[in-house]
Design a protein around this ligand. Structure first.
Ligand SMILES: [Zn+2]
Ligand SMILES: [Zn+2]
Ligand SMILES: [Zn+2]
Length: 355
């Protein structure tokens, strides 16, 4: 993600800030320009230069400290682009839910930032029932007999996130039970939304669908059967050669969603490195492939090979820093040649280089 600074005093800011720590100006994010706007502490109206007479206000979810985005005052819903996608939020009369929901919103807003950076369509299913996207943040508690059927997943533009995933203890437990190397809220969002964009960008276009099958394999064999088999027998032995994760080897749809999520991980990480001007020049005899300089914004870079060649040394260095602190690798995966090919396909697709 990009690095923000206060428009009033140039203090560095996080994407989630709604007040500048230094000058106490109010801050709000305007998604149309990817900017945090600063407003004098006593002002009540967000009139923004170059926006003519448009008046803005905080998204309604700012009342819960769950959103700092701006919305036009004339918008009848009162919700920002990111919050318009919420179809179901947790029951906030239950004390612990507010905390969990806020964590979910942090991950969701970062996802929407990224989808907009990629100029992907972000339309709410509530206003576009056929092609839109929406989120259900659900709890199994109180769902009675139905509770087993509530799962994190995607179906027809509805992304469901179990709110228990916002509980770090339960998430860690799931990670261990599922034998996973990485499990985060943002990872869930990136994966599930990948299924949505498969339906939007790939399935309706015969040529793209054919290209997809050439790269990821044929998705038509039974999905249910493939998953059953995967949970029974585990991944194929040599999954590392062709897949980014074990789960990706279960079915081409899951391969797509996993690879898509990793593509988003890589772009976000490299954008952050770019805004911080990170350089890696390790003290190695042969450092040719382990050197990197974040000299470009990955969202503007046509060559995915160039992006991934920077990502590998960057992850290697950050993983090493994490190990110095006794915490898990930030990126505990190996990106094989055939995975790079799949990501190149995704990069070309989102850049509209294939159509
Ligand atoms: Zn400031
Ligand atoms: Zn909002
Ligand atoms: Zn999936």
């Amino acid at each position: 993600m990009k690095l923000f600074q206060c428009q009033n005093c140039a203090h560095p800011l996080f994407f989630e800030n709604d007040t500048c720590e230094k000058c106490r100006y109010q801050l709000a994010y305007r998604d149309s320009t990817f900017d945090l706007i600063a407003l004098g502490p006593d002002s009540a109206d967000w009139t923004i230069p170059n926006e003519g007479s448009h008046q803005f206000t905080y998204c309604k979810n700012h009342d819960f400290n769950a959103c700092n985005w701006l919305v036009l005052k004339t918008d009848t819903t009162g919700y920002c682009t990111a919050c318009k996608l919420n179809r179901t939020i947790p029951d906030l009369s239950i004390k612990k839910n507010l905390k969990k929901w806020k964590r979910i919103e942090v991950a969701k807003h970062r996802l929407i930032y990224q989808l907009q950076k990629l100029s992907l369509p972000v339309q709410s299913k509530l206003s576009h029932p056929e092609t839109g996207l929406c989120f259900d943040f659900l709890s199994r508690k109180g769902a009675g007999e139905n509770s087993k059927n509530i799962m994190t997943g995607h179906a027809n533009g509805v992304v469901t996130i179990l709110i228990s995933e916002a509980d770090s203890v339960l998430r860690e437990q799931m990670k261990r039970d599922m034998n996973e190397r990485y499990r985060t809220l943002i990872g869930h969002f990136r994966h599930e939304v990948g299924h949505y964009y498969w339906e939007q960008l790939i399935f309706p276009n015969d040529k793209i669908l054919n290209d997809f099958r050439n790269v990821f394999g044929d998705e038509r064999p039974s999905y249910g059967k493939a998953l059953k088999e995967y949970y029974k027998n585990g991944p194929e032995k040599k999954w590392r050669k062709n897949f980014i994760s074990k789960y990706a080897s279960s079915h081409p749809w899951e391969d797509w969603a996993e690879t898509w999520a990793h593509y988003l991980h890589i772009l976000d990480t490299l954008e952050t490195a770019y805004y911080f001007g990170i350089k890696v020049k390790p003290q190695l005899t042969n450092k040719k492939h382990m050197k990197m300089k974040s000299a470009f914004d990955p969202y503007d870079e046509p060559s995915f090979k160039k992006i991934v060649s920077k990502a590998i040394p960057l992850f290697f260095s950050i993983n090493s820093v994490n190990r110095s602190m006794g915490i898990a690798d930030v990126y505990p995966f190996v990106i094989s040649k055939s995975v790079i090919k799949k990501m190149e396909f995704i990069h070309a697709l989102v850049r509209r280089d294939i159509a």
